[in-house]
Design a protein around this ligand. Structure first.
Ligand SMILES: NC(=O)c1ccc[n+]([C@@H]2O[C@H](COP(=O)([O-])OP(=O)(O)OC[C@H]3O[C@@H](n4cnc5c(N)ncnc54)[C@H](OP(=O)(O)O)[C@@H]3O)[C@@H](O)[C@H]2O)c1
Length: 333
């Protein structure tokens, strides 16, 4: 099959179109013929060796396609089924946290930058009928993360105000749709006035440039004294996020785009009764709930651009530079 196999870490150019052996479906597994895949910041981290994975590996956590082969013992899945990929592998039985064997598709397990991907049968779900292949492929990792952060962890309620940091990102753009669908008012930050404008067109009530000194004060003003919930995937901004919430607010953290270490002052958290909630990806139940939401609402993931799989290096360069707004999609086949 055609595939992008990562054999060394480095700049985007290490992602070279090539070939790999066709995967086969063992017991309890399926092989999906992918029609589209999509990028996540994690793919950049895998490519650079920041999220270490044994090499060689086929990166990619997002995908949608058609079931190509089934192994023994996979009732309910048949060749020809149109499916979307759940990238949480080995989550386990608990809803509050994944099991020790939890992995994310696309390193160490071969992922979706390929014509075929092997998956446990439980990791394919019916593709939402109203979505194109590209839109469906844009949803899995970012949608699952945003859904769990907002709904399962923060428990957002209608009428609450949610702050999304860095609205250009794939998770942030999908979180905007999910928060709006939950009846929340949304405030966003970005490095770019154009991205703030685009967020307003998608339903954001206000936007603040995080490149300007004192931006948390602007968020507090825009929210009448502090937001109810912040989604922070930046890491280096934890203290700012805590400064943005009202007393008793929730800060959900799930990433370190701006750095993996934080310095915090204890008092604003304790006196402010702030809940600091960590999260990662999501459970199969979170994913099924997300897909039900997709079926019963009208939003589509924001797609920055669609390129053929062979041009994945250009997509990585764009994502790493932060030039994108929404998801970078790869068409396959
Ligand atoms: N733990 C998990 O399960 C999980 C799951 C998904 C993602 N993540 C993490 O979440 C982060 C976002 O992922 P993604 O795939 O959505 O990435 P992405 O599409 O590459 O988006 C990154 C965005 O971060 C924003 N940003 C960068 N520095 C910032 C800063 N100092 N303040 C505010 N925003 C800043 C930029 O927004 P603007 O362009 O608007 O300036 C940029 O577009 C990554 O760190 C990723 O590893 C974790």
């Amino acid at each position: 099959m055609n595939a992008v196999v990562l054999t060394e870490t480095g700049p985007p150019e290490v992602l070279r179109p090539g070939t790999a052996p066709d995967p086969s479906a063992g017991p309890g597994e399926v092989v999906v013929a992918l029609r589209a895949a999509a990028l996540n910041r994690r793919d950049v981290f895998v490519r650079k060796g920041v999220a270490p994975s044994p090499l060689p590996v086929i990166p990619g956590s997002d995908g949608a396609g058609v079931v190509h082969r089934t192994g023994a013992g996979v009732p309910g899945v048949a060749p020809g089924d149109e499916v979307i990929v759940l990238p949480s592998l080995g989550w386990g039985d608990r809803e509050d946290a994944p099991a020790p064997g939890f992995r994310i598709l696309g390193g160490p397990d071969d992922g979706t930058y390929a014509e075929l991907v092997r998956l446990p049968a439980a990791n394919v779900l019916p593709k939402p009928g109203r979505l194109s292949w590209e839109a469906a492929a844009a949803i899995p990792l970012a949608g699952l993360t945003a859904y769990r952060a907002l709904v399962t962890r923060a428990g957002v309620r209608p009428g609450e105000t949610v702050l999304l940091l860095g609205i250009g990102g794939g998770v942030a753009t999908i979180a905007l749709h999910i928060a709006r669908a939950a009846g929340c008012r949304v405030i966003v930050t970005s490095s770019s006035p154009e991205k703030l404008d685009r967020a307003r067109e998608l339903g954001a009530a206000a936007g603040v440039l995080y490149t300007e000194e004192g931006w948390p004060e602007a968020v507090r003003e825009a929210s009448g004294g502090g937001v109810d919930v912040v989604l922070d995937s930046v890491g280096s901004t934890w203290a700012d996020s805590i400064a943005c919430v009202r007393p008793g607010g929730r800060v959900v953290v799930f990433g370190g785009t701006g750095g993996g270490r934080v310095g915090l002052t204890v008092r604003p958290v304790t006196m402010g009764q702030v809940s600091l909630l960590g999260t990662t990806m999501g459970s199969p139940r979170d994913f099924a709930s997300l897909l039900r939401l997709v079926e019963h609402t009208a939003w589509e993931p924001v797609i920055d651009s669609v390129r053929p799989l062979a041009e994945v290096a250009a997509a990585h360069a764009r994502e790493e530079a932060g030039e994108h707004f929404g998801k970078l999609v790869l068409s396959i086949g």
